[in-house]
Design a protein around this ligand. Structure first.
Ligand code: VG1
Ligand code: CO
Length: 546
């Protein structure tokens, strides 16, 4: 093997967003694009002693360009002196499995090749992110350093070695570096076995409980089949769309009511099984639908927090919870009842890492269908389904009954998110700027029938390391606790996506069966009025409602 030092020049626009660097596949395939980024990561995180004793974990969600990118990463890792690379069989590693493997094998970190819920295929998106030794997404301090490096990079170190066979498990050498191709499903199943009572779950399925799990032709298929069908004895066919495809069958692997429409329709029909669930491109999100009832991710987080003690891993109780700022306050009420802290973080899993590492929280989640716990440092779709199954098994009730009782106890947070996709940046930026400028004068004023008690641009100070993340979303909070939050997405790849989050609390059980959009109709109208969405973007309605 020879190490090649290739001259390169910085490429603009490589600033990691909410979750790594995401671009169109075409952009990633430009000469040196991926290599520049990977080399920049290594330059930014290289320990003083070099990578000579370090293991790197590599894998992705199986999307188009995954295999090619994996081979490139392996060559660059070898030339940068890594001792060992652990790579998922066929280049496949779900995001939570990557986190599990990094932690279990004491790796230095990992490169996860995924654009998550974004569409795949040659015309779709690709992405890459770096996770550190705790198994979690690199904090901003590191992503900033990586970005700075992409603007100064002059050389890429790689090798002239041939592609290795990723289709078989086993070891091989790339120069001095050992490459171990392994099947991460086994590690993941073992981790789950330690958290949940598999015998109780087997009894649940043996008793006729029916689950429909939609893997959306994305990465969780192999994990879900191994767990639900093989380990727990759910009938074959429980896992739908379980074979990962490079283009996800032409669909968006985004588990929401728009992109998982078939599952939703099934769950609302007479033939509905007991639980419907889906996960996203890289397996870190989860959608939960009971027979006849969609459980909003914010509610799901609250219900999991209230019932986690029913699963062995959380039997001793949970020490604290966290949610991203736009996520509804449903979990706050559970935390209050349990007498544990509830942290409010910016959007993106990287902000939960310190809280988890410091042992301040056990569970955390986001309104975007991400839920997780201290078992890894990523959100985890299949884990969330196992926790729901554990609760259903222990309580012997339906999802609907559990949700209704939860609302009766804590009140209901009606919640929805409206997304305006591919808005021209030239419209979206001024909209946010104008709104931000208006916020200071809003507090204390009346908007429609509602009184504004707080209006600000959310800023977060990490309680563990004191780091500050500013400009994390514009929020308007009303006297009765209702909220409107505005953010621009940090994961999209074309134009801007405006996310508007709406929430209203209802204590009265007699009013817990309203349609969510109707329950929030006043706020929805107000959100448009205040930010002038229609006037500024030309959009009369959102593209996606979740
Ligand atoms: C979105 C979600 C956010 C999530 C992120 C990554 O970010 O809102 O909650 O953490 O995606 O999820 P944004 O910036 O587009 O709103 V995943 O499953 O795409 O890695
Ligand atoms: Co994801």
């Amino acid at each position: 093997m020879s190490i090649l030092t290739l001259a390169t020049a910085p490429i603009a626009g490589m600033k990691p967003g909410t979750s790594g660097l995401r671009k169109k596949v075409d952009e990633f395939r430009q000469p040196n694009y991926l290599a520049n980024f990977v080399q920049s990561v290594f330059d930014a995180v290289r320990p003083e002693a070099g990578f000579g004793s370090c293991t790197l974990v590599v894998g992705g969600d199986g999307r188009y360009f995954n295999l090619e990118a994996t081979q490139q990463v392996i060559r660059i890792a070898a030339a940068n002196g890594f001792a060992r690379v652990l790579v998922g069989l066929n280049g496949i590693l779900s995001t939570p499995a990557a986190s599990c493997v990094i932690r279990k094998h004491g790796a230095f970190g990992g490169l996860i090749l995924s654009a998550s819920h974004n569409a795949g295929g040659p015309a779709g998106d690709f992405g890459i992110k770096f996770n550190g030794a705790n198994g979690g997404p690199a904090p901003e301090r590191i992503t900033d350093a990586i970005y700075a490096r992409t603007l100064a990079i002059a050389e890429i170190r790689t090798t002239d070695t041939a592609d290795i066979d990723l289709g078989r498990t086993g070891n091989c050498q790339v120069g001095a570096m050992t490459v171990e191709v392994f099947d991460s499903v086994a590690d993941y199943v073992e981790l789950m076995r330690g958290l949940f009572d598999f015998d109780a779950l087997r009894r649940l399925f043996a008793g006729g409980f029916r689950l429909a799990f939609d893997a959306m032709h994305a990465v969780t298929g192999p994990y879900a089949r191994a767990l639900f069908e093989r380990e727990l004895g759910a009938p074959a066919g429980t896992v739908r769309n379980g074979t990962p495809l490079t283009d996800f069958g032409g669909h968006h692997p985004d588990p929401n009511l728009v992109h998982a429409k078939d599952l939703h329709e099934l769950m609302m029909s007479a033939a509905a099984p007991d639980l419907g669930a889906a996960s996203d491109g890289d397996g870190d999100r989860n959608l939960i639908i009971g027979r006849g009832l969609f459980v909003s991710p914010s509610d799901s987080l609250a219900m999991l927090a209230a019932n986690a003690h029913l699963a062995p891993a959380y039997r001793g109780g949970i020490v604290g919870v966290a949610r991203s700022m736009p996520t509804s306050g449903a979990v706050d009420r559970v935390a209050q009842a349990l007498g544990i802290p509830c942290y409010e973080t910016p959007t993106g899993w990287k902000y939960f890492g310190n809280l988890l590492d410091a042992g301040r929280i056990t569970l955390c989640g986001e309104e975007s269908a991400g839920t997780g716990s201290n078992h890894v440092r990523e959100k985890d779709g299949v884990w969330a389904v196992l926790l729901w199954l554990s609760i259903l098994a222990a309580r012997g009730q339906s999802v609907q009954d559990i949700a209704r009782q939860h609302w009766a106890t804590y009140g209901r947070h009606y919640y929805t998110r409206h997304d305006y996709e591919e808005v021209a940046s030239a419209d979206a930026q001024p909209l946010m700027q104008a709104l931000a400028a208006r916020l200071p004068s809003l507090a204390g004023t009346q908007l429609g029938s509602l009184t504004v008690v707080q209006a600000d641009d959310f800023s977060y100070t990490d309680p563990v390391d004191g780091s500050v993340a500013a400009h994390q979303g514009l929020r308007i909070v009303f006297a009765d606790g209702a909220r409107i939050v505005y953010r621009l997405s940090g994961t999209g790849t074309s134009g801007a996506t405006l996310r508007v989050y709406l929430e209203r609390y209802e204590r009265d059980p007699a009013l817990h069966r309203l349609d969510t959009q109707q329950a929030l109709a006043d706020l929805i109208a107000l959100a448009d009025e205040v930010a002038e969405i229609h006037r500024r973007t030309g959009r009369a309605a959102p593209d996606v409602i979740t």
